[in-house]
Design a protein around this ligand. Structure first.
Ligand code: GDP
Ligand code: MG
Length: 437
């Protein structure tokens, strides 16, 4: 997908004159790419029409970078489409709120309920979980297990088969216990069916939620619009959470869900575990959708500018601490790894942020000092469990740094490693390596 948009834009750059024909071709490529990213046909049509009206070729002065202007228009248009114009309800501390989760079976409701509860608990709320899924065998056990792991109070029943009754009992109980965020997990079905929507209508009527969140699997594609709309009709959906964005899903269905519910996306799920949860941010989401931004430039640069034999032997699929060390080292004298580092958006931002270069340099130096006290095994480690307390204490002592600074660095490395694993450069590395053999 990213490739095709990048190609379309590159073709425009190559064209000496950007006329109607070139623009139309470019828009067609972009449309194709958006359709592949699961954006609904009607939405793609709108994007195309809007961009056409924004990009007024005649008005563009000669010599301006028309490719950039079109790229900006596409990004701007998609951002606009992800913004329904009104923010979602957010819970307030100390004031009891009820939030109901809806979505098809397997979309990630139960997992996401716990993530959501945990997110607000960290902000000082007292959340609680109610399992109103009496349809799926084992639903209560699953919620119980998740909730216990996150140390969040929960309510449910093995015997009661009426979801409305359980939901009401659970909400009442936690209201009495002065919980300020009561989360109701509901059942789903594999298909959209009348019984499910009737159940959602009843649970919603009985618990009067302040917010209904529609949970969708990031890869559901064209079905997103109808699904979201059906849920919206039975319970008044006010926000969307897109799950499984850690996989290959581009998440284009989110645009449809926003359009169908006229509600914003508030979080995305990026893994099976509780911390794999991020506040939704429209710009990176759109970049991912388009697979372009600086990344397409990055690919070109790696392929054309950098001597493969210098760069590739250092690159590993896993972003080890050693690779981070080498990037830092290289960054200071602008070697190929350092260039790569500085080109990857998000990766380098906090180290070379404009106006904060000094702090960035100090941080790099501090991190390198800490890494100097690590063993070979620690530098090449890919097992998240290796870095235990005694190792961390030893590293802190050895580098003359605070334990907290070591922990912070390890956290940051984890974050960067996660970002690294999502970059579309891994095939490239593999190919280069094969060609060097
Ligand atoms: P529910 O039927 O809607 O309650 O869905 P579940 O919460 O039971 O999730 C279904 C499956 O999706 C489980 O195996 C979850 O671990 C998995 N899952 C949920 N959210 C995510 C996510 O963001 N990323 C990944 N990789 N898996 C997820
Ligand atoms: Mg569930």
């Amino acid at each position: 997908l990213g490739g095709s948009i990048a190609r379309a834009l590159a073709r425009m750059k190559g064209a000496t004159v950007v006329d109607e024909k070139v623009l139309a071709e470019c828009l067609n490529e972009i449309s194709r790419a958006l359709l592949q990213a699961d954006v609904r046909f009607e939405t793609v049509h709108d994007v195309k029409a809007n961009i056409k009206s924004i990009v007024n070729l005649d008005a563009l002065a000669a010599g301006t970078d028309k490719r950039r202007i079109i790229q900006k228009a596409v990004v701007g248009e998609l951002c606009r489409m992800l913004d329904p114009g009104k923010p979602a309800f957010t819970p307030s501390k100390g004031k009891p709120s009820v939030v109901m989760f809806v979505g098809l079976q397997g979309s990630g409701k139960t997992t996401t309920c716990t993530k959501y509860a945990d997110y607000y608990r960290r902000k000082g709320f007292s959340p609680a979980l109610v399992c109103a899924d009496t349809f799926r065998a084992g639903a209560f056990d699953q919620l119980k297990q998740n909730a216990s792991k996150a140390k969040i109070p929960f309510y449910g029943s093995y015997n009661e088969s009426d979801p409305v009754k359980i939901a009401v009992e659970g909400v009442d109980r936690f209201r009495k216990e002065k919980c300020d965020l009561i989360i109701v997990d509901t059942s789903g079905r594999h298909k959209q069916e009348a019984a499910l929507f009737e159940e959602m209508r009843q649970v919603s009527e009985a618990t009067k939620p302040d917010l209904v969140i529609f949970v969708m699997d990031g890869s559901i594609g064209q079905a997103a619009f109808d699904q979201a709309q059906a849920f919206k009709q039975s319970a008044s959906v006010g926000a969307v959470i897109v799950t499984k964005m850690d996989g290959h899903a581009k998440g284009g269905g989110a645009l449809s869900a926003v359009a169908a519910t006229r509600s914003p996306v508030i979080f995305i799920g990026t893994g099976e575990h509780i911390p794999d949860f991020e506040v939704f941010d429209v710009k990176p989401f759109v970049s991912r959708l388009l697979g372009m931004g600086d990344l397409s430039g990055l690919m070109d640069k790696i392929q054309n500018v950098m001597p493969a034999d210098e760069l590739v032997p250092n690159l590993t699929a896993a972003f080890t601490l050693r690779l981070l060390y080498q990037m830092f080292q290289n960054f200071q004298n602008m070697g190929p790894l350092g260039q790569l580092f500085s080109m990857i958006p998000g990766l380098s931002a906090q180290f070379i942020e404009k106006g904060k270069e000094k702090e960035g340099q100090a941080k790099i130096k501090r991190y390198m000092t800490i890494m100097d006290s690590m063993t070979e095994k620690e530098l090449d480690n890919t097992n998240p469990k290796l870095m235990n307390e005694s190792r961390i204490n030893r590293i802190a002592r050895g580098s003359g740094r605070l334990v907290k600074e070591v922990v912070d660095m390890l956290e940051e490395h984890k974050r960067i490693a996660k970002m690294w694993s999502k970059l579309p450069i891994h095939n490239l590395i593999r190919n280069k390596r094969d060609s060097l053999k």
